[in-house]
Design a protein around this ligand. Structure first.
Ligand code: 6PG
Length: 249
């Protein structure tokens, strides 16, 4: 059974500072028993302020980057300098501040396309994680879409049923194809942190917790790590419907 914590913040400063502290503590704890720690970053806009705070990490009080490796939970099939690239988005806020050794940055090569890009990323993950059964990330950051998707695991997608590969390609009709960690890869993480803000996500957050479990419809419901901890870090808007339904439960 995994641990679940829901943290709700009125102030976005408090939300991002809490999350940065949680991330830093988690990585420092993991560095006590393994040399190389690993974080899989989320795409989208919600984590951008967190990446800016992380970019300033570097001292002994927080993440010491020389032993921390950055990965991504998913990527769009676009070049790394494309404005839709999750890697490209992180560059400006996190990586460009220069604290992270370039050898510690493992982007998903979206430009290879969904199938080749997925195989390429899985091969590199297997090298890093010594070809274990599934990758064991210390932290995976996730966002949530208004349709309750997470990473690039969308409602009704075949990717939701992938239970052997670590990474899979996702063909999209609207927007670029994607490459994503699969559900068993995500669920093998030690700590998973959802960062969800804005009133437009309120229904989706509540659906994940209160709708009859059906990950085909609400993919984020599939995130149930075997041994790890899941944190939902929400602002008051994103938590509003969840709180209403909780008070009636
Ligand atoms: C992506 C993300 C995706 C994102 C959610 C929320 O590549 O877009 O992995 O799962 O986290 O769609 O996006 P926002 O944070 O922009 O609302």
């Amino acid at each position: 059974m995994y641990g679940l914590e829901i943290k709700i913040f009125d102030s976005s400063d408090d939300l991002y500072n809490y999350t940065a502290g949680l991330l830093s503590r988690t990585i420092k704890d993991s560095s006590l028993y393994r040399k190389h720690s690993s974080i899989a970053l989320s795409g989208g806009t919600s984590p951008m302020r967190l990446y800016g705070i992380m970019g300033d990490f570097g001292g002994p009080d927080n993440i010491e980057w020389e032993n921390v490796h950055l990965f991504w939970g998913d990527e769009r099939c676009v070049p790394p300098d494309d404005k839709m690239s999750n890697y490209g988005s992180a560059i400006s806020s996190l990586i460009s501040k220069g604290n992270i050794p370039s050898d510690n940055i493992h982007r998903i090569r979206g430009e290879l396309g969904p199938e080749d890009g997925a195989r390429d990323y899985e091969m590199r993950l297997r090298e890093f994680f010594n070809d274990s059964l599934f990758p064991e990330f210390d932290v995976i950051l996730l966002g949530l879409g208004e349709d309750a998707h997470t990473a690039s695991l969308f409602p009704g997608s075949e990717a939701l049923r992938e239970d052997e590969h670590w990474v899979t390609g996702v063909r999209r009709d609207n927007g670029p194809d994607r490459i994503t960690l699969t559900i068993p890869s995500i669920n093998n993480a030690n700590t998973i942190i959802f960062i969800v803000t804005g009133i437009e996500k309120a229904e989706a957050v509540s659906d994940v917790f209160f709708k009859t479990p059906d990950p085909e419809i609400y993919p984020a419901q599939a995130i149930k790590p075997a041994k790890g901890n899941v944190y939902w870090v929400l602002d008051r808007d994103a938590a509003s419907v969840y709180l209403q339904r909780s008070s009636k439960a």
